[in-house]
Design a protein around this ligand. Structure first.
Ligand code: NAP
Length: 520
């Protein structure tokens, strides 16, 4: 079982005592007393904190980090060593000493001597690199274990890119007794997946103001990532994009995995760079089919990597849904079927299915309907492709006329110029521009004069849920369709592609609405 340690990083002892209580209430397994933050380094103060942690039934880890390895303030080596030996005498369950310092006779010897008198405590020997990965992390773990075979090695380095995580994941797989962390936003998967490798512990913060290392996540985030359900054989899915921090997909898919009681987790993959980095990541996973790579089964792909996903599949000989190929974008990537990969686009399906449902028909019932599409970006491309595929009569309007014209030519439909200022003759209007999106919620792509009774007005913008365009359409007697209907249907299609199961639409709807209400 992997334990969650929460660093208590407070300068005043009274605040540290409150934080210990709070960490306990929120479900920490271990409280890490970061003595390098405290102003009062007395034995009495340390004793109070250790006692407070014991009183709430938590394991205690005492660290007095050297500033050379991320410590908060400069503290003399001899004082830091004293604090660790004192912590052992006062009943700490773990102490953490930098391996570099431990190797010095005047530090290592007294710690080992004190440890012999308290053999049930554990000694963490740590190494940190805030610049990037270590050159030889396995060599470092071996040196730690050679110097002190009963120690828990801890290797923490900054991941400058998601591909820097491979070294950490490889190491965690090879040395399950070690704590291995890739710090920074790109390294979050190494924290989330720690239980998969049987790591002894990882670190969570109480709130984002009290992080002690870049990329540290809150206790509640670990719960969102199904921390307690992750095992060695848990399947891994995720979202590849840049940015990904605000994506609704992790909370949505993890909620669905919970509801379906599936042994699976969905993680954020922050992918900086372009095709080369994207393909290095997938090749990296696929080359690790003998180990953890085989447990990665699929990815949602978002901006700016949908075209990279398509290119990857085409170059690797994976199978691509024909319409995804025409759209030029894959938003659902499946791997792990032997060496095969497969790609789909569920955006167009989400839009077409949402429209068909409101009209009380199936996709083919859209044949011959006249539709005005506002915009010529990524969303418009998917919508136009889906509509043309089922034989709707599409007219495109766009601010940048050349883009609109090219899109119309490609899908053999009509381009009618700038966004319409007068009434459009079509039965259905679909806004695929970002106009009206939060925070510019009063903006509209067309004037309300365009709407009439019986017309269908579909806004792909889903934040806010009810855009001004939809409110005006409703008052004019038109039938509004909210952007979340498209989002929900594309997510349902993606869940089915990933798992072969039909997700519960109500759970998806509730989850999406709850997530959106937090961002408004
Ligand atoms: P995109 O590729 O950047 O395209 C943006 C489109 O909006 C372009 O046609 C652009 O016109 C137009 N536009 C932006 N600002 C404008 C302005 N001030 N005046 C006139 N036209 C303007 O973005 P996208 O990926 O297509 O996304 C567009 C919207 O669709 C976003 O709000 C997104 O949230 C939504 N979306 C929803 C879903 C869903 O599941 N509901 C899925 C995908 C996207 P130019 O060509 O002239 O720049």
């Amino acid at each position: 079982m992997t334990l969650l340690a929460v660093p208590i990083a407070q300068t005043r002892v009274e605040n540290a005592l409150v934080a210990v209580e709070s960490a306990s209430r929120q479900g920490a397994d271990i409280v890490e007393l970061r003595m390098d933050y405290l102003e009062d380094l007395s034995s009495e103060c340390l004793g109070r904190l250790i006692l407070a942690g014991k009183r709430v039934g938590k394991l205690i880890l005492v660290t007095c980090r050297d500033q050379m390895e991320g410590g908060y303030r400069p503290i003399e080596q001899s004082i830091r060593r004293e604090i660790l030996t004192l912590a052992l005498r006062q009943g700490a369950d773990f102490i953490d000493c930098e391996f570099r310092n431990f190797q010095q006779y005047e530090v290592g010897k007294p710690i080992l001597e004190e440890w012999q008198r308290h053999p049930s405590a554990r000694l963490i020997l740590s190494a940190h690199n805030f610049q990037g990965p270590f050159e030889d992390p396995a060599g470092l773990v071996n040196s730690i274990l050679a110097g002190c075979p009963r120690a828990i090695p801890k290797i923490a380095y900054t991941a400058r890119h998601i591909n820097d995580c491979f070294a950490a994941l490889d190491l965690a797989g090879e040395y399950p007794s070690a704590i291995v962390i890739a710090m920074g936003p790109a390294g979050q998967i190494t924290r989330i997946l720690a239980p998969k490798f049987g790591s002894p512990l990882t670190y969570a913060c109480l709130d984002t103001d009290s992080t002690t290392a870049p990329g540290q996540m809150g206790l509640s985030q670990f719960r969102d990532y199904r921390w307690n359900s992750i095992r060695s054989d848990t399947r891994v899915y995720g979202i590849i994009g840049n940015p990904v921090a605000h994506s609704m997909s992790p909370i949505l898919f993890n909620t669905l995995f919970d509801a379906e009681q599936m042994n699976a987790v969905y993680v954020p993959i922050l992918m900086e760079g372009g095709y080369s980095e994207f393909s290095d990541f997938l090749n990296g996973l696929r080359s690790r089919q003998g180990t953890y790579g085989r447990d990665f089964h699929g990815f949602s792909v978002t901006i700016p990597h949908k075209s990279n996903a398509l290119e990857y599949l085409l170059r690797q000989g994976g199978s691509v849904e024909p319409l995804a190929s025409r759209i030029g974008a894959v938003n659902t990537l499946r791997i792990g079927y032997g060496e095969l990969t497969a790609g789909n686009n569920t955006d167009y399906a989400g839009a077409i299915d949402a429209l068909a449902q409101v009209l009380g028909t199936d996709r083919h019932g859209l044949h011959g309907k006249s539709v005005a599409v506002l915009g010529a970006g990524g969303a418009a491309r998917a919508v136009v492709a889906g509509l043309c595929d089922v034989g709707a009569k599409v007219t495109i309007y766009n601010r940048t006329q050349e883009k609109g014209r090219l899109l119309a030519e490609e899908f053999h439909c009509r381009f009618a110029g700038l966004l319409p200022s007068t009434q459009v003759p079509d039965e259905i209007v679909i806004n695929c521009t970002s106009i009206g999106m939060y925070p510019n919620v009063n903006d509209m792509p067309v004037s309300p004069d365009n709407f009439r009774s019986g017309m269908v007005v579909f806004d792909t913008v889903y934040n806010p849920l009810d855009t001004r365009l939809l409110k005006e359409a409703r008052s004019a007697g038109a039938i509004p369709i909210r952007g979340i209907e498209m989002f929900i249907r594309q997510a349902l299609a993606q869940f089915w592609l990933f798992t072969g199961r039909q997700a519960n639409e109500e759970i998806v709807r509730e989850c999406v609405i709850r997530s959106l209400s937090k961002t408004q």
